[in-house]
Design a binder for this molecule. Structure first.
Ligand code: NAD
Length: 264
């Protein structure tokens, strides 16, 4: 199937390098004819994102730090000036102090709780609101979440709480913008080795556990997340909104380790 995204323009937020989930998504969208803009957080990331953006003939490369509303506004002003409107956005952004992605959730500080919430949850709402001003019927928005929102994962701590709020935001935003024909969804990805993923203490054990115990007996890669993102952002999913779609080798459906693990 080709050209699913032909004539559609969208913003990719959250590429840090070629391991980023957002990069897997961007490549799938570009393969299907989407015209892309990329945002980056600060000049150091900008230098890494530039060659990737060039690979997929991106039209714009824009700085944006989501902790700063003025930065978000400036990005959307540029998009409005250059494109006039926008058809889709991908929000693949998360952050928490790695010193609090270990030990007890109960020890989370007020300061890091607030910062994690603003960057990992509220930023999607703010970006969605700005994007919706530029979107027509058929627009689509996507964010990235993790199953630590609904079940306790070791060390995921405050990120799990932020992802729970993010998933609730997806439902409220889907209901806000549904009457205008704009869809809002999330992908709940299984563990992927990325910069953000490396911030979680003992992440390699979560990775290995999922490899051994998910129904597919493996983890997922960024191409697979990209494929599901393409579906959710394209007209193939025109009847889907407010959904948390798991791309995790089926890990979320199991309730105990695989029998071969127990018998080993
Ligand atoms: P990544 O490190 O490649 O991407 C995280 C991105 O967030 C980076 O590009 C970083 O610049 C951006 N970011 C952080 N703070 C920002 C700020 N203040 N302003 C603008 N951008 C900011 O890691 P990733 O794993 O690809 O993460 C993408 C998303 O996927 C995150 O929401 C993450 O929680 C989610 N996710 C990751 C996994 C995993 O195992 N890696 C699993 C499920 C969900």
């Amino acid at each position: 199937m080709e050209g699913l995204m032909k004539g559609r323009r969208g913003l990719i937020m959250g590429v840090a390098n070629d391991h980023s989930i957002a990069w897997g998504i961007a490549q799938k969208l570009a393969e299907q004819g989407a015209e892309l803009a990329f945002s980056y957080q600060g000049e150091a990331f900008g230098r890494r994102v530039k060659p990737l953006a060039e690979k997929v003939n991106a039209s714009m490369l824009l700085p944006c730090d989501v902790e700063d509303s003025a930065s978000i506004d400036a990005m959307f002003s540029e998009i409005k000036e250059k494109w006039g409107g926008i058809d889709f956005i991908v929000h693949a952004i998360g952050f928490s102090d790695k010193n609090e992605l270990k030990g007890l959730y109960a020890d989370t500080t007020r300061e890091n709780f607030t910062r994690t919430m603003v960057i990992s949850c509220y930023s999607f709402t703010e970006v969605a609101r700005k994007a919706a001003e530029l979107m027509n019927e058929g627009g689509s928005m996507l964010t990235l979440t993790y199953a630590g929102s609904v079940r306790v994962m070791p060390n995921y701590n405050v990120m799990g709480v932020a992802k729970a709020a993010l998933e609730a935001s997806v439902r409220y935003l889907a209901n806000d913008y549904g009457p205008r024909g704009i869809r809002v969804n999330a992908i709940s990805a299984g563990p992927v080795r990325t910069l953000a993923g490396a911030g979680i203490a003992d992440a390699r054990h979560m990775f290995a556990y999922q490899q051994r115990n998910s129904p597919l007996r493996r983890t997922v890669n960024i191409d697979e997340v990209g494929g599901s993102a393409l579906y959710l952002l394209s007209e193939l999913a025109s009847g889907v909104t407010g959904e948390i779609h798991y791309v995790d080798s089926g890990y979320h459906i199991v309730s105990m380790p695989a029998l071969e693990q127990l018998k080993a």
